[in-house]
Design a protein around this ligand. Structure first.
Ligand code: DOR
Ligand code: ZN
Length: 442
């Protein structure tokens, strides 16, 4: 048993001639042709593309507390099948990840499962209550070294609390990620405020609820000399504010979700609870602005906001459905549909927005690395010519709440490796989940 893996006939970043890539001892050992005769696993990847493993800055894995919807094991399997080698698990669990007791558990459990590095996100405030800052330093010094803090699910809305959080985070060298939502403007809101919500009789969530916080936090970050990251940017106005802030030299970064790149609020006409999400699906003009911003680098990266909910929490009256959508297993395909097919991004850009930029935003040293000899073998093989039809019940996630149900999407992840170990693998045309014994053997 050499433990070596040979990926045969793959194109790095979808560029140049096909090559063979030999992986040994957790690293990319050799790139060439006619190599790797000792490899005990060969992945035939003719016509396929090798990319650095994806990094998701925004995942809800629900453990501890809501394991009926997802846990670290099922969420890790979904992540590996989606091509991810690292995910950041949000803090809105039960109990909240506001102390090292919880963040240490999330890190250790992720390592035990071993399919993806699960980095815990620490809460900014105790209990997500927006009042008292957590002991960010203790979590940063704990297992896995927490490097990102967020109250996602709710906004750190008190400007003084946010100011202090940015100041402390800056001293610790950690990142604050903001769910930008002024809560006074979203009381009772379930849908984007606009003509469609009015027609459907749904209470509206104005763009200004997001944009007022993005503007405020850019200014707070400027004055604190701190970095701030904006979760799930959803409006054309947020794009303009990001452009302004970056032009001032403010350290601000932002993510966009696959669902905000593909779907708009006309989806709500069916009153299907699967389309309820925070921030809400916006108008077609916002979708176009988000795509252009991702292409231009105004928005830095894609993050899924993978938010599993159980059947009974989604399959009910729209206003009572819990907000959130699955995202890990469909992200790459949605990015190809919305960005690569229309010519807004090439494959090298896909590597940037799904791997390199998110790894850089949180400073992960071993992810988003170049595909080169001596680099850690955190990589993803993608079949650009595959098409598949999304069926929620076939996804590895414990929940089924995908808004892409029955959509036929382009491109599929065929194999993911974490430090040289195969964590997900499908044959051409199959999208079956690996059993844990297959993952163990790999
Ligand atoms: O739709 C959402 N669901 N948005 C959030 O901010 C939180 C998330 C969740 O935890 O379900
Ligand atoms: Zn959020």
């Amino acid at each position: 048993m050499s433990g070596q893996v040979l990926i045969r006939g793959v194109r790095l970043y979808g560029e140049g001639d096909p090559v063979d890539v030999l992986i040994a001892d957790g690293q990319i050992a050799e790139i060439g042709s006619g190599i790797g005769s000792d490899a005990d696993t060969v992945i035939e990847a003719a016509g396929q593309i090798l990319l650095p493993g994806f990094v998701d800055l925004h995942t809800h894995l629900r453990e501890p507390g809501r394991e009926y919807a997802e846990d670290i094991e099922t969420g890790s399997a979904a992540a590996a099948l989606g091509g991810y080698t690292a995910v950041f698990a949000m803090a809105n669990t039960d109990p909240v990840a506001d102390s090292p007791v919880v963040t240490d558990h999330v890190w250790h459990r992720g390592q035990q499962v071993g399919l993806v590095d699960v980095h815990p996100v620490g809460a900014v405030t105790v209990g997500l209550e927006g009042k008292q800052l957590t002991e960010m330093g203790l979590m940063a010094a704990g297992a896995g070294g927490v490097r990102m803090f967020s109250d996602d699910g709710v906004c750190v809305h008190d400007p003084l609390v946010m100011r202090r959080a940015l100041e402390y985070a800056s001293g610790l060298g950690v990142l604050i990620a903001q769910h930008a939502e002024e809560p006074r403007l979203t009381v009772g809101a379930v849908a984007h405020e606009g003509p469609n919500a009015a027609k459907l009789g749904l209470a509206g969530w104005p763009r200004s609820a997001e944009e007022s916080i993005v503007a405020r936090d850019a200014i707070l970050a400027r004055d604190a000399g701190a970095r701030v990251h904006i979760c799930h940017a959803s409006t054309a106005g947020t794009v303009e504010l990001l452009k302004w802030a970056k032009a001032q030299g403010i350290s601000i970064t932002a993510e966009v979700t696959p669902h905000h790149l593909l779907l708009d609020d006309t989806r709500l006409n069916s009153y299907d609870g699967r389309n309820r999400v925070n921030p809400p699906l916006r108008e077609a003009s916002d979708v176009a602005a988000l795509r252009q911003a991702l292409a231009d680098g105004v928005i830095d990266c894609v993050a899924t906001d993978h938010a599993p909910h159980a059947e009974q929490e989604k399959c009910c009256e729209f206003a009572n459905a819990r907000p959130g959508m699955l995202g890990l297993e469909t992200a790459l395909s949605v990015v190809v549909e919305t960005m690569v097919k229309p010519g807004l991004l090439g494959w090298r850009d896909v590597a940037r927005v799904m791997s390199e930029a998110p790894a850089a935003i949180v400073g992960l040293p071993d992810q988003g690395r170049p595909l080169a000899v001596g680099e850690p073998a955190n990589v993803t093989v993608v079949d650009p010519d595959a098409t598949w039809t999304v069926t929620g019940s076939e996804l590895a996630s414990r929940s089924d709440n995908t808004p892409f149900e029955e959509m036929t999407l382009p491109a599929a992840v065929t194999c993911t490796l974490l430090r040289g170990k195969i964590t997900a693998r499908r044959g051409s045309g199959e999208r079956d989940r690996p059993t844990s014994s297959e993952a163990d053997r790999a």
